[in-house]
Design a protein around this ligand. Sequence first.
Ligand SMILES: CC(C)(COP(=O)(O)OP(=O)(O)OC[C@H]1O[C@@H](n2cnc3c(N)ncnc32)[C@H](O)[C@@H]1OP(=O)(O)O)[C@@H](O)C(=O)NCCC(=O)NCCS
Length: 178
Amino acid sequence: MTQVSLKDGSIITIRKAVSSDAKEVLEYIHKISSESDFLTFGEGEFHRTIEQQKNFIYDIAKRKNALFIVAEIDGKIVGNLNFSGGLRPRMAHTGEFGLSVLQEYWGKGIGTKLIKNLIQWCKKSETIRKINLKVRNDNHLAIHLYKKLGFKQEGIITRDFLVDNRFYDSIFMGLTID
Ligand SMILES: CC(C)(COP(=O)(O)OP(=O)(O)OC[C@H]1O[C@@H](n2cnc3c(N)ncnc32)[C@H](O)[C@@H]1OP(=O)(O)O)[C@@H](O)C(=O)NCCC(=O)NCCS
């Protein structure tokens, strides 16, 4: 668990998710899915029971190359980051992450702090040598954030998203750890 201050001076806690967070994490995911079109699921499309979410968090916590962290303000989850490395030895050194912050907290620096926490954790992990991510090419805020933290564009995947009958391309980005 770590406490960090944001651009406006407010303090957030960043900590690993635990199984007892499952219900709140699901409520959080349902909220964020109605606030952003940049996620891989829309409103009402994330189907996981509390029990499944508990098991998901538990499984991540057991793995050496996976991390699920939440950002909290006054005990309320306002952001999360979920990183997962490959399951086979040849892919275990690399992984992708998903990131989100509740809309009312965008622009305060929470996304930056969550990714910095991931990068630090990867450096200490002695397993992870590369972080990958995929971002919709019109998600300018997120692309700015990733570039600021050193991620480089590596490729484009066309027609990656289909939202409201419209295709969107994604950008692959990566950051080497070492
Ligand atoms: C992407 C997301 C996690 C970022 O979290 P956040 O807490 O708002 O991020 P931060 O405040 O740390 O950083 C945002 C940066 O974008 C900048 N920014 C804001 N609006 C922008 C825009 N329209 N274009 C470019 N940059 C923009 C901010 O100035 C800030 O940069 P700075 O630190 O250099 O000033 C959050 O916006 C979110 O949850 N979005 C919806 C889900 C999503 O898109 N997830 C990522 C999927 S790949």
